[in-house]
Write a protein that binds this ligand. Structure first.
Ligand code: C2E
Ligand code: MG
Ligand code: MG
Ligand code: MG
Length: 281
């Protein structure tokens, strides 16, 4: 309960249910406004092809440019967005922005890059996801094989039957599918065979202590061997050090993503990175 501290001033405590409700309502209202007033921005983080050393794609990551709080990371608002249904509007916005930008990279004469978009559980259960994706591809003109959708393990496994139906419909549009944060969920390895995915992204928790941590190194070797045996590409997330990249390269990891290559950048800064790379090549 709110503690009345005099006059019309209330003091709220974050472990207090009512205070939380008030804070949540405030946040929810701010988020609605953010969508309306276009305070959301899509940042892009490059993915590097380990063999060629070239940027081969980018992950779209949403940010909230809050008028007074500054740049807010998705961890602070995605859960609320899911609980309130606002994720539908946010997800559609991110998808459209990602496809639109990927087309622009091509028009700027840059090499063909894939763009990856994260999907939430809510979006996967939304009845219109497949037609939404199809519509945005048509509207933006992005070739379907240049779009990849990232889904987490746990999200894939609840409601497996209806999920499989949706994933197969997405596949038949021609888009790529990736399992995000691989290794952190509860998926039985046998599901890997049933899911129509093209790649797995090794979660950064296995990467951060490489190559010193022997058990993480063993897990990564095993994931790469399994994924390659199933004809899946492997992307490592959260690569921050040269030694990590060298280890992953030696293990034949296909792609890496992380601060070592670049943090997520806004669209203009990302395009500058591409232009610089192309000039060097
Ligand atoms: P994710 O999809 O696993 O994205 C990778 C996260 O790792 C990003 O955090 C990225 O900024 C961060 N990262 C990248 N390289 C490094 C590194 O070298 N070291 C460390 N420590 N971190 C690194 P971010 O942008 O804060 O996003 C967090 C999560 O929020 C994402 O995890 C994703 O699950 C979710 N998310 C982001 N954008 C969207 C979106 O548009 N829709 C949905 N549904 N979820 C999103
Ligand atoms: Mg992701
Ligand atoms: Mg991830
Ligand atoms: Mg993550």
């Amino acid at each position: 309960h709110a503690k009345h501290v005099g006059g019309d001033t209330f003091q709220f405590y974050s472990d207090n249910l009512q205070a939380c409700t008030v804070e949540r309502l405030q946040l929810e209202n701010d988020l609605r406004k953010a969508i309306r007033e276009e305070q959301l921005a899509v940042y892009f983080q490059p993915k590097l092809d380990v063999r060629t050393g070239q940027v081969c794609g980018a992950e779209a990551l949403v940010r909230w440019r809050h008028p007074s709080l500054g740049l807010i990371a998705p961890a602070a608002f995605i859960t609320l967005a899911e609980e309130t249904g606002l994720i539908a509007a946010i997800g559609e916005y991110v998808l459209r922005e990602a496809c639109r930008n990927a087309c622009q990279w091509r028009e700027a004469g840059l090499d063909e890059l894939r763009v990856a978009v994260n999907l939430s559980a809510q979006q996967l259960r939304q009845g219109n996801l497949v037609s939404l994706v199809r519509g945005i591809l048509q509207e933006t003109g992005l070739a379907p094989h240049l779009l990849e959708l990232e889904l987490t393990e746990s999200l894939l496994l609840d409601n497996l039957d209806s999920t499989l139906l949706t994933l197969n419909q997405l596949k038949s549009l021609g888009v790529g599918l990736a399992i995000d944060d691989f290794g952190t969920g509860y998926s039985s390895l046998s599901y890997l065979k049933r899911l129509p995915v093209d790649s797995v992204k090794i979660d950064q928790c296995f990467v951060s202590d490489l190559p010193r941590e022997g058990e993480d190194a063993a897990i990564i070797r095993a994931i790469i061997a399994l994924a390659h045996a199933l004809d899946l590409r492997v992307v490592a997330e959260g690569v921050e050090e040269h030694a990590q990249l060298a280890f992953l390269k030696a293990q034949q990891c296909d792609e890496v993503q992380g601060y070592l290559i670049s943090p997520p950048r806004d669209a203009a800064a990302f395009e500058r990175l591409l232009v610089e790379q192309q000039a060097l090549a």
